[in-house]
Design a protein around this ligand. Sequence first.
Ligand SMILES: Cc1cc2nc3c(=O)[nH]c(=O)nc-3n(C[C@H](O)[C@H](O)[C@H](O)COP(=O)(O)OP(=O)(O)OC[C@H]3O[C@@H](n4cnc5c(N)ncnc54)[C@H](O)[C@@H]3O)c2cc1C
Length: 404
Amino acid sequence: MTTKIAKQTNFDALIIGGGACGLMCAVQAGFLGKRVLVLEKNDKVGAKILISGGGRCNYTNLYASPQQFISQNEHFCKSALSKWTVEDAITFFETYGIIGKEKTLGQLFPESDKAKDVVNIFTGLCADLGQEIWCNAQVNDIQKVESGFEVYADIDGEPQILIARKVVVAAGGLPIPKMGATDLGLKIARKLGLAVTETAPALVPLTITGKDQPWYEQLSGNSIFCRVWNDQASFEENILFTHWGLSGPAILQISSYWRPGEFIYIDLLPNQNIEELIAQQRDLNGKKTLLNFIATLYTRKFAEAIADRLPAEKNLASLSKTDIENISNLIHNFKVKPAGDKGYDKAEVMRGGVSTDELSSKTLEAKKVPGLFFGGECVDVTGWLGGYNFQWAWASGFVIAASL
Ligand SMILES: Cc1cc2nc3c(=O)[nH]c(=O)nc-3n(C[C@H](O)[C@H](O)[C@H](O)COP(=O)(O)OP(=O)(O)OC[C@H]3O[C@@H](n4cnc5c(N)ncnc54)[C@H](O)[C@@H]3O)c2cc1C
């Protein structure tokens, strides 16, 4: 057996992970005259940027503020988000050729609709600034030593130990394991005695099983504008029925606040009052059946499915007070108890991560382990759907760069 010799590097820092946070950190460090080496396990950097927003990359949100982030410490993200604002993101990308266009709800995408343009900015700047990126470099472990940190990696299949004074852990979260996601960030934190909060898939579709499942399955492909809520949050966006349950932006949003065993509630006609609509229709055409009336509000397929649970063939004039209360309850207060979620294979982000108690909110340096920084998704800061997660990744990378 050969013993590997640890190699002292002359980089100011090693960055583990060439994703959104690691790449922004490398570029910003370069602007400040610091030299870093990015270690990326995949054969190219920015894999998640490339698939984000359906390949178009929703890279920030015009309305991003600390309110759209979930964390055990809701104040933690404030410092970084104030140092790297949405304006900073817009200006940065514009400076290097990406003009943003707003799709919906403040979501900014490159005008070109190409996520690749975003990655190209980072790889181009790293090359210009002399920042090194090593791909096919899988980090397995790190160890604190007197001169900094030993980083144990397989580089092009060869085990190597690199030493650097500072290390940035920007290894992302657990979603999409087939794209190379690992738990390295959480593993390093635990190993060095830092607390990790409970992690779970977030921004993830929810499943329905048992006797209710066929009802959802028959509606597969139907999309409806709704308000979805629980006791913690409320979102007005589309929901999408699928063979196995519910998806669509409003469901992904509420999933980040949902825990197994809990209900979610859906208003299938937000900002309108079904009782008032029925009363108006009754005056105009009381002979209309309830089914035909509901079909004026939704697709025929959805109207038939929802009317299944109602006196569908009664005409509007003959609906009783109780009938109307039941209709109102079903439409405005539709109760769903998901069986589970689609897991990390389908989640857009991980909830939870390295506890914010362990990190300085100003620098993202571990309080107990000077020289070690955590940024991006592996930290317990999780954004809503809509460009917020990249805003956090950019902001945390920016803040860390200033301390390298
Ligand atoms: C399908 C999908 C669509 C999304 N769309 C959007 C969107 O439009 N807008 C938005 O704001 N957010 C979106 N997100 C979320 C966003 O991609 C992440 O929040 C963001 O990429 C997190 O940045 P990060 O740098 O922390 O992690 P990542 O970007 O995941 O980067 C981590 C990097 O570390 C590397 N790595 C992991 N383990 C190791 C190891 N052991 N050694 C070396 N390298 C390692 C990984 O290969 C990866 O390249 C989407 C996510 C998914 C899954």
